[in-house]
Design a protein around this ligand. Structure first.
Ligand code: PAF
Length: 281
């Protein structure tokens, strides 16, 4: 697997691939791969793309009290996994390469960035949109692969692609889960043993609401209250939000209709976990 460290290296490498007639699939990551990341890479490779993985812990998407300094890394393991799967190249720039001194340009997808996770993480999605647009411009992929676990991120990036007329297809890959339902996340590594045992409460709550919906419940306020009650039963879990919104544009709804996302964020100890499911009626 080729390691690309500078933007110039990445651009000329991709140009060569394109000259040879290849299509490019981009998997943006912050490293510390789990099966969710690997699934994104497999998906891109299966579609016939030369697959480029970006590995960059993006400081712009972390708030001042968040885990940027402790974000887990294991570069050797990541490189081995990417190579085994058949990734063509890893783009792993330094912070200075991406945000040189004097850097001042940021992308804000208004509205969508301030609700749900944006309420607790006010600058997060501005940082995400900015780095993703920069990666799109540097790698110029035909297709980019993101996990459904970050459901709000996916909706925001889709909106950015639409608003800024980008010629990039976005493929959303289902959430990879542990056997007990916990959504795979690099942040799961922060959980102590007892916290890890409490963590499936997110998925259990989503499944509880899905069950109520299957049985006919349609009022979002009743569903949200039931979700809150269920979370409270887990003493280690601190609910940040549970909400039900349109899966297309995150608009709110009193009664379920069309395609909707049930999204949840919980703090367990110091670790913030998110999960969601998308359903249609
Ligand atoms: O989902 C992530 O890991 C990050 O938000 C992303 C898309 C790589 C941007 O830094």
């Amino acid at each position: 697997v080729e390691i690309l460290k500078t933007i110039e290296e990445a651009k000329s490498y991709i140009n060569e691939l394109k000259k040879q007639g290849s299509t490019i699939g981009l998997v943006p990551t912050m490293g510390y791969f789990h099966d969710g990341h690997l699934e994104l890479m497999r998906c891109s490779i299966k579609k016939g793309h030369e697959t480029i993985v970006s590995l960059f812990v993006n400081p712009a998407q972390f708030g001042p009290t968040e885990d940027f300094d402790n974000y887990p890394t294991d570069l050797q393991r990541d490189l081995g996994l990417a190579k085994r799967i058949g990734v063509k190249a890893i783009f792993m720039p330094t912070i200075k390469e991406i945000y040189p001194e004097g850097y001042t340009t940021y992308v804000e997808v208004e509205g969508l960035s301030k609700i749900l996770c944006g309420e607790n993480r006010p600058i997060h999605f501005r940082g995400v949109a900015t780095i993703v647009l920069k990666l799109f411009n540097i790698i110029q992929p035909h297709e980019a692969f993101f996990g459904q676990k970050d459901g709000q991120q996916v909706i925001i990036i889709k909106k950015m692609i639409q608003d800024l007329n980008l010629d990039i297809f976005l493929e959303v890959v289902p959430t990879a889960r542990e056997e007990d339902g916990l959504a795979m996340s690099s942040r799961n590594a922060y959980l102590s043993l007892t916290e890890r045992q409490a963590a499936p409460i997110l998925y259990q709550t989503l499944k509880l609401l899905e069950d109520m919906i299957l049985k006919g419940e349609r009022k979002t306020s009743i569903l949200i209250d039931a979700g809150k009650e269920n979370i409270i039963k887990e003493p280690l879990a601190n609910l940040q939000y549970i909400d039900i919104r349109s899966a297309d544009d995150l608009s709110g709804m009193e009664e379920l209709k069309g395609k909707f996302i049930i999204a949840i964020a919980v703090k367990i100890g110091n670790t913030r976990l998110i999960d969601n499911i998308v359903l249609k009626i």
